[in-house]
Design a protein around this ligand. Sequence first.
Ligand code: TZD
Ligand code: ADP
Ligand code: MG
Length: 568
Amino acid sequence: TEVRAEPELTDGFHLVIDALKLNGITNVYNVPGIPITDLGRMMQAEGMRVISFRHEQNAGNAAAIAGFLTQKPGVCLTVSAPGFLNGLTALANATTNCFPMILISGSSEREIVDLQQGDYEEMDQLAIAKPLCKAAFRVLHAQDIAIGVARAIRAAVSGRPGGVYLDLPAKLFSQVMDAEAGRKSLVKVIDPAPAQIPAPSAVKRAMDVLKAAKRPLIILGKGAAYAQADDAIRALIEKSGIPFLPMSMAKGILPDTHPQCAGAARSLVLKEADTVMLIGARLNWLLSHGKGKAWGEAPKKFIQIDIEPKEMDSNVEIAAPVVGDIGSCVSAFLGEIERGWTAPPSAWTDAVKAKRDENVAKMAPRLMNNRSPMDFHGALGALRTVIKERPDAILVNEGANTLDLARGIIDMYQPRKRLDVGTWGVMGIGMGFAIAAAIETGKPVLAVEGDSAFGFSGMEIETICRYNLPVCIVVFNNNGIYRGTDTNPAGTDPATTVFVANSRYDVMMQAFGGVGVNATTPDELKRAVDAAMDSGKPTLINAVIDPAAGSESGRIGNLNPQSVLKKK
Ligand SMILES: Cc1ncc(Cn2c(C)c(CCOP(=O)(O)OP(=O)(O)O)sc2=O)c(N)n1
Ligand SMILES: Nc1ncnc2c1ncn2[C@@H]1O[C@H](COP(=O)(O)OP(=O)(O)O)[C@@H](O)[C@H]1O
Ligand SMILES: [Mg+2]
């Protein structure tokens, strides 16, 4: 009698893995639990890297910055309901910052959720995710998994990149189907982020505006860093001779020490420029919405290169909108420049350079002090030298003074090396960003953290030690938020913004086998960071900062609402 071979089967678990791997997604940032613990194990068995965190917010931030660094969506995998909710802050932050990521969460069965019959971790996750991300999909049948993954990938990276939610109910994973049919269902996404060529008429209009400028300025935003059009952008700036101002995460596309860099002359160029070309930068609060005191009285013309057509006129009239991907747009401008261009008047470029050199010279002595306890400038002066000596290290940065001052003091020399709080100014990105930067690039990471900021994701130092990542964390320990000297006038409780005095974050790192160092001078700090960078060992340096050294909310204190009532 003939023995009929059992048809080969596949299942939801394997189809999710095959769909991700087929599209070159091999790293997953997760927190295990029902119903995705086995999925994580099977991913590892199939050669994927599954990095397990202590909180989903940090896994989500890791996935988001992996997307920013690689142009492929970073994947965060969580359990249902509470795990999903913990991932949402990172998903929303990714969408706000235009970082491509996919949050994949296990979820409860539709029939129980829709009747609210009280499933384990019951929540209508798809409905809750939708307003916080670029796109959200749910898959109910195994044969649809591949399409669901393909749509999530394309939604994350095409057009303006952003966060996508993919909802996978628990029963989907164990659904079986014919293996051959499964293989046929797989989709390798073709050209997920298609070039979007600007209309020649738009480029012509913009060139006419640019040629009429007496005091042009180019502002580079993190979209320009993400686009990985580094050579074209450098050529546009150097061939045009126009000064450029890099926004925080665009620092390093050209070195901050470049002769045309106006970073140290920001106030002058925003006020005096008569024509501003925005490349992957939004005129949001970070640029005072393109109006008011910071921009001076004289009328300005704005040229804006952006992949999102609706971004134009968001805050002020855009005289020359150029809609397309930055690579295609900048190449088009290069062609025009080559066809005929006159450099901006030297009166303007010399004035910018003079102002910048003056400000750099004014700051220099403050960076040279070897005070103990340290002030921000002395400590940051040491770290500025570290990055100058190690330009391919990745700098992660969050805090208030620790962020605001580092942004201007630590020069960057290469693109996509400065990863920080971005458009929202969100605290808590530090350890997630540091972990993904190390995993995705293999480069050493220097995380410069305010002590409050560090507290949001600090438990991940165990994750950093567990994977033995080349991450050096410097905690600027000024005993509190903004300062450590605040007092509570009303009673015996500590002020709302102070922490335990003289705490030792370095001892926490030793608890997990990492290297912990206490540094009280800039020289000690520099030596400890150099040792960490040379060893590649997970290190935390507790940098003792004078508690009186800071100021509240740095340059954005004006955003704070003030009570007009008399203080009681
Ligand atoms: C998620 C979240 N929570 C709270 C804040 C408010 N906040 C908080 C709590 C900051 C911490 C500043 O203290 P730090 O110790 O990190 O830095 P410095 O002491 O060097 O200023 S900066 C800031 O904007 C935030 N931006 N994001
Ligand atoms: N590849 C790309 N091509 C064109 N524009 C892009 C691309 N990637 C992102 N962008 C745009 O870049 C802008 C980034 O702005 P923003 O996050 O405000 O930068 P920054 O905070 O550095 O000023 C967004 O408007 C986004 O649409
Ligand atoms: Mg602090």
